[in-house]
Structures are given as structure tokens and as C-alpha cells.
Design a protein around this ligand. Structure first.
Ligand code: 6GU
Length: 244
């Protein structure tokens, strides 16, 4: 899968995403990441990409021309238009389902805004999806773009190893992860729950599900309500969970 990130700060994107699991996936050729500097496409002789807003008001706006030309440089004329995400607090809130859906695309363009935003006309022309990462305002779209690339790339086949993907796919829907422990068995006087040392796999699974349910109820009542509603619909089926 190929990501094209249109940004004024390409080094932010490539720097942060070349480490760890995503970096490894790029080395293996499972994902490609191209950060395109919108400034390289301005026709302004001073390399300016922003301008004042019509109608007045504070702040500057990214002009349509450099954004459109950067977009044209990454899309193939003979292929259908790729899905193009504009990262904006005015978008729909990003979630795991959206990550999964975007991961089915062969190519994805992610547009990062700066200043007070981007001229509406170029957005109308190229954007297919308006996506936010939550209800707070950041100084630019780069961090949200990185968040999305990371979350989407995890769903590309081969990016995660077996252990990592088993952790996400094989448990029970809508529940948070249970608490986990590693050696030593006693740390600062605190003991690992005895059941985890018992070797009784059935008991361990029951304990983990119980802990997941308790944790979800306490920390994410919104998710817990979903879980309960789903359980009520499928009373006979063994509960399944997925990790967040
Ligand atoms: Cl996608 N962009 C900006 N600038 N701020 C945000 C955001 C996006 N999502 C949450 N806050």
C-alpha cells in the first residue's frame, strides 16, 4: 500500500514513521510512504504558499494552486482518483473501523493543512474524506496524518507479525485489554495475580475476560454499553473481543 502525504513539513512525517514497526514494513516493501512538500509546487517567486482570507479575519490560508499541483504530481492520470483524506478537526472522528477500511485501498493521499486552513475550492476538487483524530485543535495536520498512517498500516497484510496480529484479531469485541505482567513475580512488594501462575489456561482465560469487562466498564462506559448491547444480541455465542 502506498501513502502520499501532502505537507509543508515532510521531514516530520518521514522522521517519525521510519522507526519501529512501520519503518520495518517500509524496508520490507509492504508499505510505501512518500511525503510531498507542497511548497515545492508553489508558482510564487518567494515560495509563498499562504495568503490573506477574502472577507477579512485573522490568520492566513493555504492557497489552492500549490496544493492542487502537489496533488496532481502524485496521482496517475490513467487511474481512478485515489481516496484523499483531508485531516481537519471538522472531519468525522477517526476510529479502528475507518483504519481497516482505508487499509483496503492500494493508494491513499493524505492532505495536511496549516495556518487557518486551505482554500475551500481545492478541497472540493480533490478531497474524498474529511477526518479528525478527536475533539481538540492541533497546530497542523502532520500529527493526525502520522496517527492515521500508523493505524492504517497495521491492517496491511504482513506489517504485523503473527503475535502482534493475534493480539488484535483473536479476542472479544468492544473490550479493552486485560492487565498483563512479566517477571519478577513480586515487584516492590506487589504480587502478580496468583491465577496467572497457576498454569490453568481455562481459568486464566476466564480471569482475563472478567478483567477486560471490569476495566471497560470503569474506564470506557461508552464501549461497555456497546459490548453489553452486542452480548444481548448473541447470547449463545462465546464472547469475542478485540484489543484497543
Ligand atoms: Cl485532523 N487537524 C488539526 N489541525 N487538529 C486536529 C485534528 C486534525 N484532529 C484533531 N485535532
Amino acid at each position: 500500500m502506498k501513502f502520499h502525504v501532502l505537507t509543508l513539513f515532510p521531514e516530520m512525517i518521514t522522521g517519525a514513521l521510519s522507526a519501529s514497526i512501520i519503518g520495518k514494513a517500509m524496508e520490507r516493501g509492504q508499505i510505501e510512504l512518500e511525503a510531498v512538500n507542497i511548497r515545492d509546487y508553489t508558482l510564487d517567486k518567494h515560495k509563498k504558499v499562504d495568503d490573506y482570507t477574502y472577507g477579512g479575519g485573522a490568520g492566513m490560508l493555504m492557497a489552492a494552486q500549490p496544493v492542487y499541483d502537489a496533488y496532481q504530481a502524485v496521482v496517475c492520470q490513467d487511474k481512478p482518483k485515489p481516496r484523499t483524506i483531508y485531516v481537519t478537526p471538522q472531519g468525522a472522528t477517526f476510529n479502528q473501523e475507518m483504519a481497516k477500511e482505508f487499509a483496503m485501498e492500494e493508494e491513499l493521499v493524505i492532505l495536511c493543512g496549516h495556518y487557518e486552513g486551505i482554500d475551500e475550492r481545492v478541497l472540493e476538487e480533490i478531497v474524498t474524506d474529511y477526518v479528525s483524530i478527536g475533539d481538540y485543535v492541533l497546530t497542523g495536520g502532520e500529527l493526525p496524518a502520522m496517527v492515521m498512517v500508523d493505524a492504517i498500516a497495521r491492517f496491511v497484510p504482513g506489517v504485523l507479525n503473527n503475535d502482534e496480529s493475534a493480539m488484535t484479531e483473536s479476542f472479544h469485541d468492544d473490550l479493552l485489554e486485560y492487565p498483563q505482567y512479566t517477571r519478577p513475580a513480586v515487584w516492590m512488594g506487589k504480587e502478580v495475580p496468583a491465577i496467572l501462575l497457576s498454569g490453568d489456561h481455562k481459568k486464566v482465560e476466564e480471569w482475563r475476560l472478567e478483567q477486560s469487562v471490569k476495566r471497560t466498564r470503569e474506564r470506557r462506559p461508552d464501549l461497555y454499553a456497546l459490548y453489553e448491547a452486542r452480548q444481548a444480541l448473541i447470547p449463545k455465542k462465546k464472547p469475542r473481543r478485540k484489543k484497543f
